[in-house]
Design a binder for this molecule. Sequence first.
Ligand code: NAP
Length: 260
Amino acid sequence: MDLGLKNKVVIITGGTTGIGKAITRAVADEGGIPVFIGRNQENGLLLLNELKKNNKEAYYIQVDLHNTESCKKAVLETINKYGKIDALINNAGKNDSIGLENGSPDAFNVSVSNNLNHYYNMAHFCLEELKKTEGKIVNISSKTALTGQGGTSGYAAAKGAQLALTREWAVELLKYKICVNAIIPAEVMTPLYKSWLSTFENPEEKRKEITKKIPLGNRMTTKEEIASMTIFLISNKANHITGQHMFVDGGYTHLDRSIT
Ligand code: NAP
């Protein structure tokens, strides 16, 4: 199936590692132009070199998205370079373990704004270009928005808000034929996931315990499986899908726990 992504300019936040990196590669493999954003320059340049070596067009922007001006600058840099934006993938995030007991009002505030504000800011600054291309937005949320995790109020609140904004923007942008959807991963092995696992006394045991409860195949979802859903949702094959929360999780969030 040709997804029709050739020469489509796709911004991916947090696109240098983990799920974002898999999305960056998938966009490039489809002939699209990933503009991937990350704050670690070494990771960014490594991926850029890999893509260039494989003759893919791609562009890396080093930015910390905590700052509103940086979000604006990244979007303007994309427009200056390519003259358009076809899709925005809001993906950057950090499960920073700011809970009720292990947090404070100030730390909660920082955690919510670090995980949430750049989703809004990037969509806001991309909007004029997305209107012209009848583009797409995909928000990468998390199962923690629906199941909770414990000890991570700020991250969970931001992830829940991303789901609400997905519906809100889907409605607001109907008139521009801009589709807005969310993807909800559950258990995907990435640097973020590894660092969360490392908070347990025996990370390997914890990984096994979780994995055996994942209904479909008793395995974790791969980064590439999240990327496949993402590139489908930004393609013209998904032109009549909007406001949806797509669970790519091997049934982890919804299926009957007694079967595992
Ligand atoms: P990851 O490997 O840590 O990737 C996240 C990327 O986002 C990193 O490159 C990180 O940069 C970047 N980032 C975070 N905050 C940023 C900021 N303010 N400015 C610029 N870059 C920033 O994590 P991942 O597991 O792939 O997570 C990707 C998304 O999936 C996140 O939204 C996460 O909530 C969601 N998710 C993941 C899982 C899972 O099982 N892995 C489950 C549910 C949801 P640094 O390396 O510099 O921090």
